[in-house]
Design a protein. Structure first.
Length: 157
């Protein structure tokens, strides 16, 4: 009985806190809608997707593969990104490049974004700055896992 009473007291306390936040935030929201400036930041919900929040300059978004001046991928298939990836979602296959300066290029480069945890380790590990996560694209939901698999063509676009 005492246990049940304590339980209900906690529910009432929680409800009071939630209601207080709701009323205070609604108050600031109405003031902002009416054009008043308030000192309080973050009281208003961003009306996504009509309104979009500015992405931080050091954000990590959709990957992209960088190109050389001649349009070829910068990647030299060193496999560092494949090795460091904690989700094991990068797959790379090498082919021989006729240019002796380059030696190898990726004939296949796949990132399975359905498994990627966006840690950025692959970008940090790359010695050629061939891989970046600065596209600013954070909306790439798909209906199937297959569509989340990005190949060389998609990554180099
Ligand atoms: S961001 Fe992390 S999880 Fe995603 S591909 Fe790169 S290393 Fe793997
Ligand atoms: S670490 Fe960079 S150069 Fe090495 S395989 Fe990955 S993308 Fe290519």
């Amino acid at each position: 009985m005492i246990k049940a009473l304590g339980y209900f007291i906690e529910i009432i306390k929680g409800s009071i806190i939630t209601t207080r936040h709701f009323v205070v935030n609604m108050h600031f929201h109405i003031l902002k809608v009416l054009g008043f400036k308030t000192k309080r930041k973050g009281a208003v919900t961003i009306q996504y997707p009509e309104q979009k929040r500015e992405i931080a300059s050091r954000h990590r978004s959709l990957h992209r593969l960088m190109k050389r001046a001649d349009g070829k991928p910068r990647c030299v298939v060193c496999m560092l990104c494949v090795t460091v990836c904690p989700s094991e979602c990068i797959y790379v296959e090498a082919a021989e490049d006729p240019d002796p300066e380059i030696q190898k290029y990726p004939s296949i480069f796949i990132i399975d974004l359905s498994r990627c945890c966006f840690c950025g380790f692959c970008v940090e590990a790359c010695p050629e700055d061939a891989l970046r996560m600065d596209t600013g694209k954070i909306e790439f939901a798909e209906y199937s896992r297959e569509d989340m698999v990005y190949n060389l063509e998609k990554l180099i676009e």
